[in-house]
Design a binder for this molecule. Structure first.
Ligand code: C2E
Ligand code: CA
Ligand code: CA
Length: 562
């Protein structure tokens, strides 16, 4: 039989020690599979970079279950593994993808071979994998060193027991520069920015370029974050000087994320870079042109939101499991009869904890999931309205609508179809919308509000008294109803001046033909003060009922039905 590998008495332990030692000296990733036990040992560098949990040994089947291998490539890889098992002379050699820690597919070149023992029995499969797309050692555009060199430099500092600041600097809106001026111009900006950063470090530190528009500086000498921030400021000024000398041909800014590795317990390269990446994104999210120091509470919140978002995504895909529609009564203030309800979304996570809308609605909005979720809740709302109209024929239902739904989905058709499907009379549906700068200047919104009216659907301006341009809004949008926010109501109850303001606001609304709803009335005392001074048409608040499940609302409503 053909001799595949002359290894004599190599046992699993000695192979592992080879992997651990050699693994540190090479760019690639090593692993070994013991044929008999089906155990696989992966080098630490694999678990650091790829989507696989840390194990000493992993069972063969789990490589797929753990999803180290990109789903589309799993079958192809498995086929070749089986072929190699059946024909131990065959070499494993394949280009395919592994999943990175962030879920991004990473192209790898995998090679491997069977190893036999002295008796010629196939004992191990030894594999080596390299990343094809891994950043080159150096970058020809900027003349800077690339990520591989950065990793080496970082690891060498680490090995010397040093801790310090990792500064990740990014060009804000680099894509726009490329789009507006072409990639050659973009390359020039990359070079110039590299120069600006180099100058800001006073030539003390190496500047690495790690993605198209991101650089890293390792400042392991400063012991004060202010010195590092000052370095960022100098880079930022230098960019500004460059823009001026370039006659404002293009205008851009830079942001930075800083991680102090001395404050971290896990200082592995991957862990620190993930945090630096988060810190830079955070600086950009906070308005760009600034630097942000990594904060573990912000990061925990970010991770929590990411987890929650993935649960929300799954729930939406699985028929809105965990979502519920609650209904809060709205009563007429004159005679305290039930006239309608506001539909409020609820979400219970996988652990059974209810999550507040203030937390999950923004995530639905950012991800666009508010579009299917909004469609779902409109469905629940009209069904409930239809049911209630059997006992209170003029009953209406209101639904909250986000700007994203308005902008990115055909909300108009959704609402009109929902109304028609349930055969609801005019004025049965009220759309609640909160003012925002975005809506104000949007002509399509004026079209939307006109079409709503033509189709017998009403519009309410929500949270009145919390924004700034309220009166302008009232004039432009001409809603049918104004909902006065609980914060305004509360301050009115406690302050004469605010009460007068509330009264005049309500009178003004009436004078232009709007109905008013006072939100957030909780107690007898609040109700009395509000109804004595202001003359609202409707009231909504815990005093009359909290938001409740469908069945609870149905029982609640019975007391209003003769
Ligand atoms: P909102 O539209 O202003 O809804 C009224 C909020 O005030 C509700 O909070 C309600 O439970 C609360 N509330 C009502 N009466 C009282 C009271 O007497 N005292 C106090 N302290 N609070 C009262 P909730 O349900 O937590 O909803 C929060 C926000 O989430 C809503 O504010 C709305 O902006 C958003 N939201 C809820 N459901 C949806 C939805 O289906 N779509 C969209 N786009 N947003 C929704
Ligand atoms: Ca509302
Ligand atoms: Ca409100």
């Amino acid at each position: 039989m053909e001799k595949l590998f002359d290894v004599m008495d190599l046992n699993m332990e000695s192979i592992i020690s080879v992997i651990d030692t050699v693994g540190k000296c090479i760019e690639g990733y090593l692993f070994v599979r013991e044929i008999e036990t089906k155990r696989i040992y992966l080098s630490k560098s694999i678990t650091n970079r790829f989507a696989i949990n840390e194990y000493d040994f992993i069972d063969e089947g789990n490589i797929f279950e753990e999803q180290l291998i990109y789903q589309e490539d799993q079958k192809m890889v498995l086929d070749l593994v089986i072929a190699c098992d059946q024909n131990p002379g065959k070499e494993f050699d394949m280009l395919y993808r592994w999943n990175g820690r962030n879920g991004d597919p990473i192209w790898v070149h995998g090679r491997g071979q069977m190893i036999r023992d002295k008796e010629g029995k196939v004992k191990y499969f030894f594999g080596a994998t390299t990343e094809i797309g891994r950043k080159m050692m150096a970058d020809d555009i900027s003349g800077l060193k690339g990520e591989v060199m950065l990793m080496k430099a970082y690891e060498s500092l680490l090995a010397q027991g040093k801790r310090g600041f990792v500064v990740r600097i990014g060009i804000d809106n680099f894509k726009e520069i490329n789009e507006n001026h072409g990639t050659m111009y973009g390359d020039m900006i990359i070079r110039q920015t590299a120069e600006c950063i180099k100058r800001a470090t006073g030539g003390l530190y190496e500047v690495y370029r790690i993605t198209a528009d991101e650089y890293v500086v390792l400042d392991f000498n400063s012991d004060n974050i202010n010195d590092v921030m000052a370095m960022y400021e100098r880079a930022s000024f230098a960019v500004n000087d460059f823009i001026i000398s370039n006659n404002y041909d293009s205008f851009y800014t830079i942001s930075a994320g800083i991680v102090d590795t001395s404050l971290r317990s896990n200082v592995s390269y991957e862990s620190i870079m993930r945090r630096a990446d988060f810190a830079l994104n955070e600086a950009k999210a906070r308005g760009k042109n600034q630097c942000y120091e990594f904060d573990k509470d912000d990061y925990a919140k970010f991770k929590h939101n990411r987890q929650l978002l993935s649960e929300l995504r799954r729930s939406v895909a699985e028929g809105f499991e965990g979502f519920d529609a609650f209904f809060q009564p709205i009563v007429e203030s004159r005679n305290q009869t039930l006239v309608g309800a506001e539909t409020l979304m609820r979400y219970t996570d996988m652990d059974g904890n209810s999550v507040t809308p203030f937390e999950f609605i923004p995530l639905l909005e950012e991800s666009g999931l508010i579009i299917p979720a909004g469609r779902w809740i409109v469905g629940r709302a009209v069904e409930m309205c239809k049911k209630m109209q059997e006992v209170i024929p003029s009953f209406y239902i209101s639904v909250n609508i986000s700007y994203v739904q308005l902008k990115k989905s055909n909300l108009l058709d959704l609402l009109i179809n929902a109304k028609n499907k349930m055969n609801l009379p005019d004025n049965s549906i009220v759309v609640e919308i909160t003012e925002s700068g975005e809506i104000e200047c949007d002509d399509s919104f004026l079209y939307f509000s006109r079409k709503l009216r033509e189709n017998g659907i009403l519009l309410a301006l929500d949270d009145f008294g919390t924004g700034y341009s309220n009166f302008h809004y009232l004039y432009k949008l001409r809603p049918d109803t104004m909902k006065i926010d609980r914060s305004f109501t509360l301050s009115a109850i406690n302050d004469d001046y605010e009460m007068k303001l509330l009264k005049y606001t309500s009178d003004m609304a009436h004078s232009i033909g709007l109905k008013t709803i006072i939100e957030g009335v909780e107690t007898d005392d609040e109700l009395e003060k509000i109804t004595n001074c202001v003359n609202p048409d409707y009231i909504q608040g815990y005093y009359f009922g909290k938001p409740m499940k469908y069945d609870d609302f149905m029982s609640y409503a019975e007391k209003y039905i003769d």
